[in-house]
Design a protein around this ligand. Structure first.
Ligand code: TRP
Ligand code: SF4
Length: 328
């Protein structure tokens, strides 16, 4: 076994990945590939907890998500990349953990209460949705992960995971380490309407967008809301376009915009055009790799099969221990 600390994280395949996902999670995962023993997986069962009525696109989303991952630089050479539903051991552990998880722990879960309130259009009064964190706990501890890189919204789930692991260890035998959240700082970049970038807000720029689509989206971006006319000076410090500049433009452009915006020498239209070209260039390597994998679906499938094989070995070994600890 490797000496590196093991981490694990997952994403629900609910659609193509956007810049919020890139800066909020993926870049962080890519960095971690060199320092940790990384397990990253596509949580298709979790997608079903809320989208059980429309599972239609999941298979396509899974392949697209793996292509997005490979395009940004996750690689099977460094990480174990796999799909949750291919490893039935997750379901077995979920079942066994559900025996020992008190329902009030789940009812208290803040994301549960929030989502039930927010997603009025879906009927989420299901057993599976309530049990979401139990499945997530199974995902994590079946690999004995020590760290879980997540955004702040997922911290309560990792907390429940720790409680479940502790309870298992107490009831039967010390099998699981208690995993810790590794907080990913939330992205500084916002959607084109200045809200959090999200598919459901229709305000996202996708990794798979073409240069034309990127130009169109950028031209719609809301800038400094106080800058009403071209002759008004603007404030880059509160402008989402400027935040993009700081990531995707060179020093010279950043300094120029920072100065000429404040004196109204540059207008937002031109400023956005310059930013869009920087963004297009910055994402070019990702678009190129995406084209490569899109033309080689067998290679993508092969990566999934191989990652799944590796993950399954670990999961199956843990399940042996689990069954033995329970005496079943
Ligand atoms: N619940 C996570 C999300 O919505 C996805 C997920 C499922 C996950 N299982 C996990 C994340 C295990 C980390 C570890 O983003
Ligand atoms: Fe934002 Fe650029 Fe307009 Fe200034 S000029 S408000 S930085 S878009």
């Amino acid at each position: 076994m490797s000496e590196k600390k093991r981490i694990l994280s997952g994403m629900r395949p609910t659609g193509p990945l956007h810049l919020g996902n890139l800066h909020g999670a993926l870049l962080n995962w890519i960095d971690m590939q060199d320092t940790y023993d990384c397990f990253f997986f596509i949580a298709d069962w979790h997608a079903l907890t809320s989208d059980y009525e429309n599972p239609g696109n999941i298979k396509e989303y899974i392949r697209q998500m793996m292509i997005d991952w490979l395009s940004v630089g996750l690689t099977p050479e460094k990480s174990t990349l796999f799909v949750q539903s291919k490893i039935k051991e997750h379901a077995e552990l979920f079942l066994l953990l559900s025996m020992i998880t008190p329902v009030p722990w789940l009812e208290r879960n803040p994301t549960y209460k929030e989502q039930i309130g927010q997603l009025q259009s879906k009927d989420l009064s299901t057993f599976g949705f309530l049990g979401y964190p139990v499945l997530q706990a199974a995902d994590i501890i079946i690999y004995k992960a020590q760290g879980v890189p997540v955004g702040i919204d997922q911290v309560p789930h990792v907390e429940i995971t720790r409680e479940i692991a502790r309870r298992f260890n107490y009831l039967y035998r010390e099998v699981f380490p208690e995993p810790e959240s590794i907080l990913t700082q939330t992205p500084k970049i916002l959607g084109i309407d200045r809200r959090k970038m999200s598919k459901s807000y229709n305000n996202a720029i996708y990794l798979s967008d073409s240069p034309e689509q990127i130009r169109a989206r950028v031209s719609q971006m809301i800038t400094d809301p106080a800058r009403k006319r071209r002759s008004d000076p603007g404030n880059p410090d509160v402008c989402n376009v400027f935040t993009f500049h700081t990531i995707y433009s060179n020093r010279e452009i950043i300094d120029r915009v920072n100065k000429e915006c404040r004196s109204a020498e540059i207008g937002c239209v031109e400023c956005k055009q310059i930013m869009a070209e920087g963004l297009i260039a910055g994402l070019a390597p990702i678009r190129e790799k995406r084209r490569y994998y899109e033309q080689r679906p067998e290679q993508v499938d092969e990566i999934i099969v191989e990652g799944t094989r590796k993950a399954k070995e670990t999961a199956a070994a843990t399940m042996e221990e689990v069954r033995e600890a329970i005496g079943i």
